[in-house]
Design a binder for this molecule. Sequence first.
Ligand SMILES: Nc1ncnc2c1ncn2[C@@H]1O[C@H](COP(=O)(O)OP(=O)(O)OP(=O)(O)O)[C@@H](O)[C@H]1O
Ligand SMILES: [Mg+2]
Length: 360
Amino acid sequence: MIEISHLRKEYGDAVPLKDVSTVINDGEVIAIIGPSGTGKSTLLRCLNLLEKPTSGSIKVDGVEITDRNCDISKLRMKMGMVFQSFNLFGHMTVIENLMYAPCKLLHKSRQEAYDRGMQLLRAVGLSGKALNYPDQLSGGQKQRIAIARTLAMDPDIILFDEPTSALDPTMVGEVEAVIKELSKGDKTLLIVTHEMRFARQVSSRIFYMDEGGIYEDGTPEQIFENPQKENTRRFIKKLKVLEFELTGVNNDYVGMFSDITRFCMKNQISPVLKNKIISVIEELCFTIILPKLRNIDMKISIEVSEPGDEAVIKMSYPDAFDPATTDDDISLKIVKARTESIKYTRQNDRSIVKVVVNYE
Ligand SMILES: Nc1ncnc2c1ncn2[C@@H]1O[C@H](COP(=O)(O)OP(=O)(O)OP(=O)(O)O)[C@@H](O)[C@H]1O
Ligand SMILES: [Mg+2]
């Protein structure tokens, strides 16, 4: 069992992990996903002490590993790591790569280490490569060897940091298949990956990392089908988001429309949809809603999903005003003609208007 509590890691001003607490039970297979730079690698590197946490505690099977007296080599025997870049020993043959640590650290006999090594090579489908050097192998083969080498130490826990991201796409499948097979056993696996389909298939639990920690934690079904929090939803649906905040009187409305135009071009949104978005903001936001607000305090977000054929515009403001009750019939008609749906709700003392605009 791994118990992480109040883990913090700073690099100067950068604080990728602010305050991470979680418990990982034996045999769990956890996929760690999230945008770049959110501390996924840092978390793994803190777990096996490649990085020293700034503060907080990590216990592995009840032993505090950040303690100065902790036996790091013992920890490393319990916990293996597979890197994006394989890190095989280039001057050794494949089988020697697999035998080295078991002989050196576990004091296995050469015969014993060889037998186990060959067994593992068969398991990853590479027994024919035992006498080759790493340079003579493809990327996918190197990574399967790296996994076999980690398994040769028989660790209880294996950390994978983007094991397939350095591979040619044709080789991703063979490495994923080896990890999937492994996930059926009783080892605890933590897998950082940008391959969402794989994350979903292989894991029993997902950590979505963002904002300095584990932002959302759930089963693959929960995270992929029904994410509870905003950033998770945006990440899973690959939403591109543009946000504005209007406060006071000196808002740069012209700049706002040129930002929208640029955002639409960048995300390959058709001119038809772009014009609808602009027209909805002009009519609904500027003509219908803004004049009704006591103070200008409005947040606007525009979200587009991957194929770029639909946009969701959300506006929020404190006044309890439902735009459907406006007396400006003409503007309302224009908005309705350009939208799929308009929904008004109140949440946390703010009005939220959600408008769906599509290409059709
Ligand atoms: N050795 C370091 N020195 C300084 N800053 C670092 C160091 N390692 C990581 N960082 C910073 O910490 C943050 C988190 O980095 P990390 O590598 O953990 O992100 P990640 O989630 O693994 O991203 P990616 O998906 O791109 O691999 C980043 O802002 C990064 O620049
Ligand atoms: Mg990383």
